[in-house]
Design a protein around this ligand. Structure first.
Ligand code: PMP
Length: 440
């Protein structure tokens, strides 16, 4: 085929992947069920990261599959602009009920990245509607991950995700991240040290004046950048400072939502109510792409004040509230409730923490953090460069120990589906320990 790809692996440019290395000897995932994948030769692989922090109810759960099938046979698609359908209204109401009191309105999109950009745009539109058009600054945090849109990489704090993509949005500041190995090493749950880091927000407000700032966005627990639980009281203090200066507080709960920390949202675990919650991933247990923003009543009300026939927000996606995604979301929420998966995660949290902490004896382990059913394991950098050791362990785990884990540089991340039991956790830790030792 002239001009076509050289072989059938060349055409797909895989995201966040070392494409050339991967395509040299790919082992492909063919099927999934519960806690396991099956590869194209039939071998079972334990999923230590719930897909990509998303398959919280496990893979290919029958009620979700059935709901998607039924919806596809009834209504494949309907436009969300000035038309509607029952599944989107039903799911929005369920999500509002699950969220903290006062967060009552849901704007749907298709991913975490879109959820973040949507929340930032709502924050700016809200300022405009209130006659505060000067409040345009946005504040993120170092080591924050908010997806890959230009808004998300601008408020995000990962150099690799920003540095070749120009300037991003202007008027962005970053809080310091909350991790200090010397103070927090091997902490289980929220570290004691670091609450004061929230006070940096006062410094930023003093520098620019509150009248220029729209909103602050943080992940309650930074997930994909290494599992960094918030120091005790940190989020409360952020909330207090935001209230003092009239700043909106946005929680990016794309990872922490839907039970990862033992509650529906991290907002509940920490007793802190933000003005908006970004969600995605676990809302459908990963089965169909869906994301969104749960918005506080006062923000929604401010944007609903114009003429009744005027569009209130010039924003939206062709697939906002897609019927298949909403059907999958309703089925996933039913499963979480019926199987008590959030409470199950809370019960298992100490067992998980204890098991993962046994890896502190493994070679090159510098630190381990656990929170809910998530863990970050830092490895010492290898002479071949940052990330080389983490990459080697991930490859070993997958190819030799039938285990999927994630890496962020030299940090290994675990976030198993919430249906794991103590035995599964023991197996997960044993396989990961073997991979770390083998790679050493
Ligand atoms: N925010 C957070 C906190 C995330 O962890 C992620 C994805 N890992 C995103 C946003 C982006 O989500 P997506 O990949 O669905 O765009």
């Amino acid at each position: 085929m002239e001009g076509g790809p050289r072989n059938d692996r060349d055409a797909w440019w895989m995201p966040f992947t070392a494409n050339r290395a991967f395509k040299r000897a790919p082992r492909l995932i063919a099927e999934a069920d519960g806690l396991y994948y099956r590869d194209n030769s039939g071998r079972r692989i334990l999923d230590g990261i719930a897909g990509l922090w998303c398959c919280n109810a496990g893979h290919n759960r029958a009620p979700i599959v059935a709901a998607i099938r039924a919806q596809a046979g009834r209504l494949d698609y309907a436009p969300p602009f000035q038309f509607g359908h029952e599944p989107a209204f039903a799911l929005a109401a369920r999500l509002a009920a699950l969220a903290p009191a006062g967060l009552d309105h849901v704007f749907f999109c298709n991913s975490g990245s879109e959820a973040v950009d949507t929340a930032l745009k709502i924050a700016l539109a809200y300022r405009h509607a209130r006659g505060e058009a000067g409040r345009t600054r946005l504040i993120g945090r170092e080591r924050g991950y908010h997806g890959v849109g230009f808004g998300g990489i601008s408020v995000g704090g990962l150099p690799n995700n920003r540095k070749v993509f120009g300037h991003g949005l202007s008027g962005i500041d970053h809080l310091p991240h909350t991790y200090d190995r010397a103070q927090q090493a091997f902490s289980i749950g929220e570290p004691e040290w670091g609450t004061h880091l929230a006070d940096d927000l006062e410094r930023i407000v003093a520098l620019h004046d509150a009248s220029t700032i729209a909103a602050v966005i943080v992940e309650p627990m930074a997930g994909s950048t290494g599992v960094l639980p918030p120091p005790k009281g940190y989020l409360k203090r952020l909330r207090e400072i935001c209230d003092r200066h009239g700043l909106l507080l946005i929680f990016d709960e794309v990872i922490t939502g839907f039970g990862r920390l033992g509650t529906a949202f991290a907002a509940e675990r920490y007793g802190v109510t933000p003005d908006m919650i970004c969600f995605a991933k676990g809302v459908t247990s990963g089965a169909v792409p869906l994301g969104g923003v749960i918005v506080a009543e006062h923000i929604h009300a401010a944007l609903m004040r114009g003429p009744e026939r005027a569009i209130e927000l010039f924003h939206g996606y062709t697939y906002s509230g897609h019927p298949l995604a909403c059907a999958a979301g309703l089925a996933a929420l039913d499963l979480y409730r019926d199987e008590g998966l959030f409470e199950r995660a809370k019960r298992l949290e100490p067992v998980f923490a204890e098991a993962v902490m046994t890896l502190r004896a493994a070679p090159h382990v510098l630190d381990i953090r656990t929170c809910g059913l998530a863990a970050g394991i830092d490895l010492a950098p290898h002479a071949d460069g940052p990330g080389a050791r983490g990459f080697a362990v991930m490859e070993r785990a997958f190819h030799d120990h039938d285990l999927v884990v994630r890496i962020s540089g030299d940090t290994l991340a675990l976030s198993p589906p919430l249906i794991v039991g103590a035995d599964d956790v023991a197996m997960l830790v044993e396989r990961l320990g073997a991979a770390i030792r083998a790679a050493a």
